[in-house]
Design a binder for this molecule. Structure first.
Ligand SMILES: [Zn+2]
Length: 491
């Protein structure tokens, strides 16, 4: 845990993330991933794909373009409705996002407020510009999509996609046929999305270009396979920490306690909970599933829970993912606008499948790991899940002479074929441990004189700093077991 400035400075110095176009002074809302950040992000995305594609037999990745034609986003409702309320200052000219700046003043959520509510609140309370106390202009709706011209004449309008989901929805009928009409059908994608945020200030939390990892599951309500029922039954003993709309505090509940929610939704709620507790390894007091009230959620979402993580650097609970039951809204919109059939045959009838969307902000999840994992004090280190650390193991020779350098290189190359490995031959051993601590490498292997005698090495674990000796021939297997949590590091 760390405050924002401290964590940002650490991320910059060590090579994780920093503001883009830095040498020209930077541009708000755009961030670069450095050599460690890129590894961490790749590893997180790999973990995400492994876990969520594994939830169904017919779940697959697809990739679609970043630019979408005007008519697609008109059909989805983004052209008319994807806007925030913009309040400008008549004196200093600064732009403010209406709901956010009212939240800063009142300390209460203003997400439900539209243009008119914000206008009357400003008038009644005589609110002035937070930057210069100047008079504010009339609030207006500002569409957050980046418009682009397609082709040389500029007569074909398009947008950078504001979410990855629309490309996926349009592909449902094609993939449904290509995958031989199997349901439920899951189509996942990982990629960039773009929103022209009015004034992004919260680091990687609110970006103008960001990455999403989304899984859209197409299904027919109440048509469950035997496999699904079995998978559901296996989860009923699990307890989830939930904050339902109207509850004062988080409660621990089982899936059966949530019987007002459809079974298919409940199942995925539990799976998202499991991802955060077991894969991201967040302790249960640091994240929660929060249900949005009718005021807060979009009209097409029948049920909406966010995953929120308590991040000190961002001042508390922040959304990092969401589970949305969107009904048949999306496919119906595209069927009506395109004239293409989106319905499928079900028991002599035709039905438009429903959609459950599992949506994750990749950058936000990476930031959550860094925020929660950052440790400072006697030594600085980052506590990351072994599986997604930029490097999982580092190899050092104790000294560079007497054949230890060559032996350590040999062991490094042996490990590199199975792990993200790092070889560091310079500086004192203490310094080399410290360097790996700072970037979250969970295991360090030191090659010393005994290695030449009996083929054993020292292996040190980051959180305890305990060390044990292992045979080189056992090293790969032991590391694999620690990383996959099949074995505890002997402390
Ligand atoms: Zn001003």
């Amino acid at each position: 845990m760390a405050d924002k400035e401290e964590l940002e400075s650490v991320c910059k110095r060590r090579g994780f993330v920093w503001q883009s176009s830095e040498i020209y002074g930077g541009e708000a809302g755009f961030y670069d991933y450095g050599h460690l950040g890129a590894r961490l992000r790749d590893n997180w995305e790999r973990m995400w794909k492994d876990y969520f594609l594994g939830l169904g037999e017919h779940y697959h990745m697809i990739y679609t373009p970043n630019i979408l034609p005007h008519r697609v986003l008109e059909a989805s409702g983004h052209v008319d409705h994807f806007s925030d309320v913009l309040v400008g200052c008549k004196r200093c000219g600064n732009s403010h996002r209406g709901d956010h700046f009212l939240e800063d003043i009142t300390g209460e959520s203003a997400e439900w407020m539209g243009k008119n509510e914000i206008a009357s609140f400003i008038k009644e309370n005589k609110i002035t510009c937070p930057d210069c106390r100047g008079e504010l202009s009339e609030p207006e709706n500002f569409n957050m999509m980046f418009q682009v011209d397609i082709g040389p004449k500029g007569d074909r309008k398009g947008f950078l996609r504001p979410e990855t989901a629309q490309g996926t929805y349009m592909n449902f009928p094609r993939e449904y046929r290509a995958l031989r009409r199997k349901m439920p059908l899951g189509l996942a994608t990982v990629g960039s999305a773009f929103r022209n945020e009015i004034s992004p200030r919260q680091g990687v939390y609110r970006l103008r270009e960001f990455r999403q990892a989304e899984l859209q599951i197409f299904f027919i309500p109440e048509h469950h396979s035997e496999e699904f029922e079995e998978a559901y039954d296996n989860l009923t003993s699990k307890q989830l920490s939930l904050l339902r709309a109207g509850w004062e505090e988080v409660r621990s509940v089982s899936l059966d306690d949530l019987d007002d929610l459809p079974k298919f939704y409940r199942y995925h709620l539990a799976k998202m909970f499991e991802f955060y507790s077991e894969k991201m390894e967040l302790s249960k007091d640091r994240f929660r599933l929060r249900e949005l009230s009718d005021d807060e959620k979009a009209f097409y979402n029948r049920i909406h829970f966010d995953v929120e993580v308590n991040m000190e650097s961002l001042g508390g609970w922040k959304e990092v993912a969401g589970l949305h039951y969107r009904g048949d809204y999306d496919l119906t919109q595209h069927q009506d606008a395109s004239g293409q059939k989106m319905n499928i045959p079900i028991e002599g009838d035709r039905k438009i499948p429903h959609v459950i969307e599992l949506s994750f902000g990749v950058d936000r999840n990476i930031w959550a790991l860094l925020d929660l994992g950052y440790r400072t004090g006697e030594r600085d280190w980052i506590d990351l899940p072994d599986y997604i650390s930029p490097y999982q193991v580092a190899v050092f020779p104790l000294v560079k002479k007497d054949g230890l350098l060559e032996k350590s290189r040999e062991i490094f190359e042996y490990l590199e074929s199975s792990f993200n490995a790092f070889w560091d031959k310079s500086g004192s051993i203490g310094k080399r441990y410290a360097r790996q601590d700072e970037i979250g490498t969970p295991y360090c292997v030191t090659v010393d004189y005994d290695t030449l005698e009996d083929d054993t090495v020292t292996i040190r674990e980051i959180s305890s700093t305990n060390q044990i000796r292992l045979k080189v021939s056992d090293l790969k297997k032991e590391l694999q077991d620690y990383i996959n949590k099949e074995k505890e590091f002997q402390r």
